[in-house]
Design a protein around this ligand. Structure first.
Ligand code: ADP
Ligand code: MG
Length: 336
C-alpha cells in the first residue's frame, strides 16, 4: 500500500529517482548537490530551458501524462533544432500541494518520452508554490556542426518536418470543448465525414496539441546536409522571421505547398484557406523548420519543401506563384 507523502524527499525518491534508464556518460545523477556527466571528445554541449505555467501553457483539466510529455517535448524540440542529440535533463517542479495522482501521471508522460530517446533525468528541484514546470535539457553536437538561425543562404530551399496547424486546432478544443465541426459541405474535403470521424478528428487534434514527438531521427539524417534550422514554437510565419533576421535574407513560402492534415481541413469546415492560415500561425508545433542547399536531395526523408530563401529581406507568401496578402495573427511583419 502506498502511504501519502508529506515530504519533498519522499516525493523525489518515489517518483523522480525511479528512472530505469542509466546512461554510461552519467557519472553522478540525482542525490548530490549537482550531477556529473562526460561529454564525448570533440563535442559541444547544447543547453536549452523551457517553462510551463498553469493557466498560461496548460489548464488544470489537462491530462498530467500530456503535461509531462509536453514539458519534455518542447525542450527536445529545441535541441533537435540545434542539430544536437538530447542526452540529459533536469526538472524544476513547483507544486501547490503534493497530489500523488497528478505527479504519477506527469512522470508517466515525462519518462515514457525520455526513455524513447535515451534521455536521463539527472537532477532538479522540488518546491511549493503555484504549479510550474521548468525543464533544462542538455544535448551534444559535434564541435562546429550546430544548426544556427543565422546560416540561411539565398537560393536554399525551405522545409518543415510535419504538417502544421493541428496544434492550434487542438488548442481550440481545449479552450472550447463544445466546438463542433459542422458536417462537411465543401468539395475541398476529400472524404465524407460522419459523426464518428468528427470525434476521432477532435481526439487526434487534441493529442497533436499536447503530445507531439519531435523529429529526433532527423538529426542524424540531416547531419552534414544542412546548416540552418529552428523549431516552430510560435507559428511558422513568426518563427521563419527569426531566421530571416538572423541570416539577413528573405523567404518565399508557397502556401499551396503546405501539407495539411485531413483532420485540420475537417476542423476548418473544408475551407482550405482557413487551414493554410492556421498552418502558418499554429504555435507549439515542435516541428523542425530548416533550409537546405538547392542541390541537396532530401526526397527519401519525411520532410516537406514549402518555399525558398530569397535576397529581399521580407517574408513573401505566394499561392501557386501569385502573391497573397493575408494579415496573419501573431505574425510580426519583417523588413517593411
Ligand atoms: P539541494 O538542497 O541541494 O537543492 P534537493 O534536496 O533540492 O538538493 O534535491 C536533492 C536531490 O534531488 C538533488 O540531487 C536534486 O538534483 C534532486 N531533485 C530534486 N528535485 C528533483 C526533481 N523534481 N527531479 C529530479 N531530481 C530532483
Ligand atoms: Mg533544491
Amino acid at each position: 500500500m502506498t502511504t501519502s507523502i508529506d515530504s519533498e524527499f519522499t516525493l523525489i525518491e518515489r517518483y523522480f529517482n525511479q528512472q530505469r534508464l542509466q546512461r554510461d556518460d552519467v557519472n553522478l545523477a540525482i542525490g548530490d548537490d549537482g550531477a556529473l556527466m562526460t561529454l564525448p571528445v570533440g563535442h559541444q554541449l547544447v543547453v536549452s530551458t523551457d517553462t510551463m505555467v498553469l493557466g498560461t501553457h496548460f489548464l488544470a483539466s489537462a491530462r498530467p501524462e500530456w503535461v509531462g510529455h509536453k514539458a519534455l517535448s518542447s525542450n527536445i524540440s529545441d535541441i533537435v533544432a540545434m542539430g544536437a542529440k538530447p542526452c540529459w535533463v533536469t526538472l524544476a517542479l513547483t507544486l501547490p500541494s503534493i497530489d500523488e495522482e497528478w505527479v504519477a501521471g506527469f512522470c508517466r508522460g515525462f519518462f515514457a518520452l525520455a526513455e524513447r530517446h535515451n534521455i536521463q533525468l539527472v537532477g532538479g528541484d522540488t518546491t511549493s508554490g503555484p504549479l510550474a514546470i521548468t525543464v533544462t535539457i542538455h544535448g551534444s553536437v559535434p564541435a562546429g556542426e550546430a544548426w544556427l538561425r543565422r546560416s540561411a543562404k539565398v537560393g536554399d530551399n525551405l522545409y518543415i518536418s510535419h504538417p502544421l496547424g493541428d496544434s492550434k486546432a487542438g488548442l481550440e478544443y481545449v479552450l472550447n470543448p463544445e466546438r463542433l465541426a459542422i458536417p462537411m459541405t465543401s468539395s475541398a474535403v476529400p472524404v465524407s465525414i460522419d459523426a464518428q470521424q468528427v470525434s476521432e478528428f477532435q481526439s487526434l487534434l487534441l493529442e497533436r496539441h499536447f503530445c507531439r514527438y519531435p523529429p529526433v531521427e532527423l538529426v542524424d539524417q540531416l547531419r552534414g546536409k544542412i546548416q540552418c534550422a529552428l523549431d516552430i514554437s510560435d507559428g511558422l510565419a513568426a518563427d521563419v522571421g527569426h531566421v530571416l533576421k538572423a541570416s539577413k535574407v528573405g523567404a518565399e513560402i508557397d502556401v499551396d505547398m503546405l501539407p495539411l492534415s485531413t483532420a485540420l481541413i475537417a476542423h476548418c469546415y473544408g475551407d482550405k484557406i482557413m487551414a493554410q492560415q492556421m498552418a502558418l500561425t499554429s504555435g507549439e508545433e515542435y516541428a523542425l523548420c530548416f533550409t537546405a542547399p538547392s542541390d541537396c536531395d532530401l526526397s527519401d526523408l519525411p520532410v516537406y519543401r514549402i518555399g525558398r530563401v530569397i535576397e529581399q529581406p521580407e517574408l513573401r507568401l505566394v499561392a501557386s506563384g501569385q502573391p497573397v496578402t493575408w494579415q496573419l495573427e501573431g505574425y510580426d511583419h519583417f523588413g517593411e
